[in-house]
Design a protein around this ligand. Sequence first.
Ligand code: GZL
Length: 324
Amino acid sequence: MRTSSVRCLLAAMSALCITLVSCAPKPEAPTGEKKGLLVGFSQIGAESGWRTAETKSIREEAEKRGITLRFSDAQQKQVNQVTALNAFIAEGVDAIILAPVVKDGWEPMLKKARDAKIPVILVDRGVTVSDDSLYTTLIAADFVEEGRLAGEWLAKKTGGKCNIVELQGTPGADPAIERKKGFDEAIAKYPGMKIIRSQSGDFTRTNGKEVMEAFLKVDASNIQAVYAHNDDMGLGAIQAIREAGLKPGTDILVVSIDGEKDAFQAMVDGSLNATVECNPLLGPAAFDAVEAALAGKPLPKKTVVKSTLYDQSQAAEAIGGRKY
Ligand code: GZL
């Protein structure tokens, strides 16, 4: 081919390329590329395996969507969450994700966020406010239902007769209040079921163990069952029961809430009797809500995350599929 013909062919080919490129749809932003959103996440702490799994889910989802996350661990103190929210507002974040440690005392802070036009997405725990437009949406489980499931399971297992000790969550926290309510409602139908002692273990394994040790010291022969508001406290109680020379799961029944892998292992081992799964993998739902809110799309006031009870008969089969 002559040089001039080659030149012509190349020119024609490059013109075609330019046309094709300009008509092609814009490529999607590759995963991990920054879209420019800045979101503040005020987390309660790292008191339980459940909490750690929730943090991981939110961090991973932010990363996946190319969202910059400001993360703050409040070490279970509302005052630290207020400081974090003030810092997020001062920095001008696009949205705030808040897991509130307790239900009350949020109005001034939420008003401040609303005045700054920053949507607040509540994850995993609710708040008490006079005006629910102060937050955008809540993504959480039905804690009353979880307590009820635990109570009904225990009633069935014991034929409606047993003395129970209760390990409550953090005082004033949504799941502590509601899980108590649901359990109380369920056992109220059985005159033979009584809560003989009840105390907070602050949702931690260490405190759950300590409180259970104290219960056992004064009442060991009288306790037939433990109801723990989360798995970590239940697992702490199991250690205390063992150290007191008793067999957890047999001498004293243990039922808790969360569905952590450790709880499934304890069910396989026979020391935990049942757990109610409460899914902590809230990252995708939380950022869907953030993006919808920023796009001005309507959101439900509450999205209920489903809770399911598992007992020892299902544990061996289910443990392999546990994600937290
Ligand atoms: C439930 C969550 C509770 C978990 C605990 O949504 O708030 O807090 O049950 C956790 O394990 O610490």
